[in-house]
Design a protein around this ligand. Structure first.
Ligand SMILES: *Cc1c(COP(=O)(O)O)cnc(C)c1O
Length: 408
């Protein structure tokens, strides 16, 4: 049976950090789009690893090394099952989304020819823009941009016009971290494939809310970060279709990623190790698996439904504040509210909110082109998770009202 109503009181008990005070006020943590908080179950997995079986993996015959290897490979299978990849070796455990994108961008340097086109959306995080610009510089490929409208939605008619036989790769986020827009990735993947282009989806912001099925999506690459879905920092996933991962050259050279090394020639290890040079974040990988267990036990449909409620509630309450404008009003959104108050710099609002215990992000959210589009220096961004409450939304709204009164 799918759980549809969350026991928020019980859930909040799992997150020790939610008990702390900031500037003498109870913490109201609304910066989940930057990083999520960590439940005790994941903290326990980290402590267990370092307390009981910390060892390097894949090369030791001793017991600790075997236990660590088993746990790490078990985590890979948890990630595989979660995203429904066909094969475990299609899951590359990375340092995070940025790392995963760079592995693919580096690989395409061996594939692209001058004059080939690659396409990015206007809604991207810098980590899904800059590696591709670097790739264009290396290869002579041309970067095209799918434009957005004032609601913060991609203009799909323009996407279809830009797509051509020269397009080799399209990359787009599943959910925008700056505005919360859920992009029509099914349509993007389908249309790109019809033109023979590969597609990379940046799922960093989607993964905490939406359980993506990479086989159903038929996506070529999907990347996420563990730290945005209750896991630790410094770990993430690059999913790639086996054929693509076979085709792309390795990104980094080192231990673990080789089959045989001589000074004349080195042959590379099989997948996934070809892309996992050096000692990986073993503990991080295991804890990432624990985070997926934790979130799946609560259930993604219930998480999404509850966060949607928080989004509706926060949107309504915030819009009632005079002079407040929300950026990103797409029909399909996750629980991110990016806003400004006329005449006030977002940073000033953020500072006052912090004094009141409310953690939000201010600035360009690693998405300067979006800010440029709206002609603003940045926004205040409140982003909600399943452990937030309506009472916390009320605290946010009262704090924003207070900031407005102080600053205007
Ligand atoms: C956070 C985020 C990234 C970058 O993730 P890292 O963990 O910093 O590598 C990329 N894209 C989106 C949409 C994000 O939200």
């Amino acid at each position: 049976m799918i759980q549809t109503v969350l026991d928020i009181v019980a859930i909040r008990k799992d997150f020790p950090i939610l008990n702390r005070k900031v500037n003498g006020k109870p913490l109201v943590y609304l910066d989940n789009a930057a990083t999520s908080q960590t439940p005790q179950q994941v903290i326990d997995a980290i402590v267990d690893y370092y307390s009981n079986y910390n060892a390097n993996i894949h090369r030791g015959v001793h017991t600790l090394s075997q236990e660590a290897t088993d746990a790490y490979e078990q985590a890979r299978i948890k990630v595989q099952k979660h995203f429904n990849a066909e094969k475990a070796h299609e899951i590359i455990l990375t340092a995070g989304t940025t790392h995963g994108i760079n592995i693919v961008a580096n690989g395409f340097a061996a594939i692209l020819q001058p004059g080939d086109e690659i396409m990015v959306s206007a809604l991207e995080h810098h980590s899904n823009i800059v590696p591709w610009q670097m790739l264009c510089e290396r290869t002579g490929a041309i970067l095209k941009v799918i434009p957005m409208n004032l609601e913060g939605e991609l203009v799909m008619a323009e996407f279809h016009k830009l797509l051509s036989d020269r397009t080799k790769l399209v990359f787009c986020n599943h959910v925008s971290n700056a505005l919360g827009t859920v992009n029509p990735i099914e349509e993007i993947i389908d249309s790109a494939h019809k033109k023979g282009a590969a597609v990379l989806i940046d799922g960093a912001q989607a993964a905490p809310h939406i359980k993506a099925d990479v086989q159903q999506l038929d996506v070529d690459f999907y990347v996420v970060s563990g730290h945005k879905m209750c896991g630790p920092t410094g770990v993430g996933m690059l999913y790639g279709k086996e054929a693509w991962l076979q085709k792309l050259p390795p990104y980094q050279g080192g231990g673990e990623m080789i089959a045989e090394v001589t000074f004349e020639k080195t042959t590379y290890a099989d997948l996934p190790h070809k892309f996992e040079a050096g000692t990986p974040n073993i503990c991080g990988g295991i804890a990432f698996g624990a985070a997926l267990d934790y979130m799946n036990a609560i259930g993604f449909p219930a998480i999404a439904a509850y966060e949607d409620e928080l989004l509706q509630y926060a949107t309504e309450k915030l819009l009632a504040i005079e002079g407040l404008k929300i950026y990103g009003t797409a029909k399909e959104k996750t629980a991110v509210v990016s806003f400004n108050i006329e005449g006030i710099h977002p940073y000033d609002i953020g500072s006052i909110l912090d004094k009141l215990g409310v953690a939000v992000r201010t600035g360009h959210h690693c998405a300067q082109p979006i800010m440029e589009f709206f002609k603003i220096p940045g926004t205040v961004r409140a982003s909600f998770s399943f452990y937030n409450t309506k009472e916390e939304v009320d605290v946010l709204v009262a704090a924003v009202e207070k900031a407005r009164a102080m600053l205007l």
